[in-house]
Design a protein around this ligand. Structure first.
Ligand code: PRX
Length: 574
């Protein structure tokens, strides 16, 4: 394979830039970054202190930390208020004996209370686990059960999705909102907060103590609890500076929900470690709403995702002139391949180059990026940030020549690297099977100038609208439906969403294919697991291709779908 990439965006792109980059890499030292933190001297650390309290101590208490809005609520919270509220919440948890190392999960829509409770949880040294609000019963139960969570912060509306009788370790449910039901283990957030003291002794931790868990999907098995430690803050702080380009007076908006890693690493930690005003917009996507959010808050730095940019592109450039986006200085993207066409459109429509960034739940922070001052080649994820070495390896772990496709790998360690897959050391080891490297599961190639180009996943993981979906989780749900005998799930290419979920299903005796049945199966997954995991397309088959050991061959399903050769079928059943 030989690729030549002549196209570059903006005129500043030249060798001087590249040498600038080499110099930054040369000069770089993580140690120097660490010296920014309070714990550099004390040796003891707490993310919530560095993100919030520290700014208050340094005289920025009156600065706006959070600019929250949704369709029914608007609130500005200062760093001092955020400190006070999270101190109180820390005391609420302490009152119930919750502390260092305990897992405390949060399952609710975005709201100021979500951010307060997340920070308060960190303050007492507990490990926080944010769950996306669209998760249904099975998804919630799997995660709470695996993590052994002792407390959950949620809302009365979401409470029915929490199967408490099946979760003996889950002792406390802290309910946010109105009309709080009463009962054993049910606590009223507001009442508890009213009674709580603002005087909290923060739990000082070691850098390798736990901080946050995000569940994410692989191609087999249940979702994995990706466990991150306090040390990750080095990467959050640093990339906030050099990749997000955050400066003191910035108003920053990351559109991701904290249920996903982007919504915490870059929706909470990076902006607040850098002391900037953080915009949070609740509710659903609409082009008008988003442009209005940018204009009304005078957003300067905006971090979003390809699916959103594609939808905005679909909504057309005309409407943009109705909003004052003149404050925008820097735009970034993450989560899925960013089409060159979208980068070019963004340049015209916003006068902004959209900066693609690559990283994963497991990496905890950005690793390969287009950052300010760097030449952008539309379609490329950029270059490794200073302090990080990336390479393309063959299956034996040898680096391959430029422009050759292979495994995208990162040299270990880096500060925000995951430290565990919860309860599953064997899974963790798989990522590090080549000594000295983390194997991402993505395939890519590197060009002669050290730019990385995404090619696809090596496993069967599906990426729909930037959300990572494990086919196994969906298949497991599908076979619970009374009509489904077997199911195989693949990602089908889609212009807007990147991929959509397509399920191939064989039916049990006595069931006939019909549109009603498809609708019913779709609803079953949507209501049992989550909307984003439900198959938008279903195809009934008499039989599914399986290996002799009974494993459904997703690659054959994919080949059927894309009209490609099915490849080696030597292991197929018959
Ligand atoms: O396949 C890559 C894709 O998203 C995966 C990671 O998903 P998740 O853990 O949910 O984290 C998403 C946000 C950090 C990767 O293995 N991905 C992420 N960023 C990019 C990408 N694919 C192409 N280009 C990107 N910039």
């Amino acid at each position: 394979m030989n690729h030549t990439h002549k196209e570059v965006l903006a005129s500043e792109v030249t060798h001087s830039n590249l040498s600038h980059y080499e110099q930054a890499v040369e000069r770089f030292s993580w140690k120097e970054i660490e010296s920014h933190f309070t714990w550099y001297d004390t040796g003891k650390v707490n993310m919530a202190y560095e993100a919030i309290d520290r700014h208050v101590a340094e005289g920025l208490g009156d600065k706006t930390a959070l600019l929250y809005s949704d369709s029914s609520r608007e609130e500005a919270v200062t760093f001092a208020q955020m400190k006070e509220q999270s101190d109180k919440f820390g005391n609420v948890l302490r009152k119930y004996g919750i502390g260092k190392g305990d897992r405390v999960f949060i399952f609710m829509p975005r709201s100021p209370e979500l951010y307060v409770s997340l920070l308060g949880t960190l303050k007492v040294g507990a490990v926080v686990g944010p769950l996306f609000e669209a998760f249904m019963e099975t998804a919630v139960k799997d995660r709470l059960e695996d993590s052994g969570a002792v407390a959950l912060i949620t809302t009365p509306a979401l409470l029915p999705r929490v199967k408490r009788e099946e979760l003996p370790l889950l002792k406390h449910l802290i309910l946010v909102g109105e009309d709080i039901p009463e009962g054993e283990g049910l606590l009223n957030y507001q009442k508890e907060m009213e009674q709580a003291s603002t005087d909290l002794q923060i739990e000082w931790l070691d850098r390798e103590d736990g901080m946050i868990m995000h569940y994410t999907s692989g191609s087999t098995g249940k979702p994995k609890g990706v466990y991150h430690v306090q040390n990750a803050m080095i990467q959050h702080y640093y990339t906030g500076k050099v990749v997000l380009d955050l400066r003191e007076d910035d108003v920053y908006w990351c559109t991701a929900d904290p249920g996903w890693v982007t919504g915490t690493s870059y929706g909470i930690f990076a902006p607040w470690l850098n002391g900037v005003t953080n915009v949070i917009r609740g509710g659903r996507f609409s082009p008008q709403d988003w442009y209005n959010t940018l204009a009304k808050n005078k957003v300067t730095v905006w971090y979003s995702a390809p699916t959103a940019f594609r939808m905005l592109m679909g909504a057309g450039s005309d409407m943009i002139s109705e909003y004052d986006l003149s404050h925008l200085r820097h735009v970034l993207s993450v989560g899925e391949p960013l089409n060159p066409e979208v980068v070019r459109w963004g340049h015209k429509a916003y006068g902004q180059r959209i900066h693609d960034t690559w990283w994963m739940t497991e990496t905890g922070g950005q690793l390969i990026c287009n950052y300010p001052g760097m030449a952008i080649k539309p379609g490329s994820m950029g270059r490794p940030i200073p302090g990080v070495k990336a390479a393309i390896l063959d299956d034996q772990g040898r680096e391959v020549p430029p422009n050759t496709m292979g495994n995208l790998a990162i040299q270990t360690p880096w500060p925000s690297m995951m430290r565990q897959i919860w309860n599953n050391p064997a899974k963790y080891e798989e990522y590090f099977r080549i000594p000295g490297w983390y194997i991402s599961g993505d395939s890519a190639y590197m060009d002669e100038e050290g730019y990385f180009w995404f090619q696809g996943r090596i496993d069967d993981v599906i990426n729909s609208s930037g959300e990572r979906i494990g086919p196994f989780e969906v298949e497991s749900k599908l076979v619970e439906h009374p009509a489904v005998a077997e199911a195989g799930v693949i990602g089908k290419p889609d212009v807007t969403r990147g991929e959509i979920i397509k399920a191939f299903i064989s039916l049990r005796e006595g069931y006939e294919p019909s549109q009603e049945l498809k609708d019913d199966i779709y609803r079953f997954v949507k209501e049992g697991l989550s909307a984003h995991a439900a198959p938008r397309e279903i195809e009934f088959k008499d039989k599914l291709p399986k290996t002799r050991s009974g494993k459904i061959m997703r690659r054959v399903l994919k080949a059927w779908e894309l009209d490609l050769p099915t490849g080696d079928l030597s292991t197929i059943e018959d």
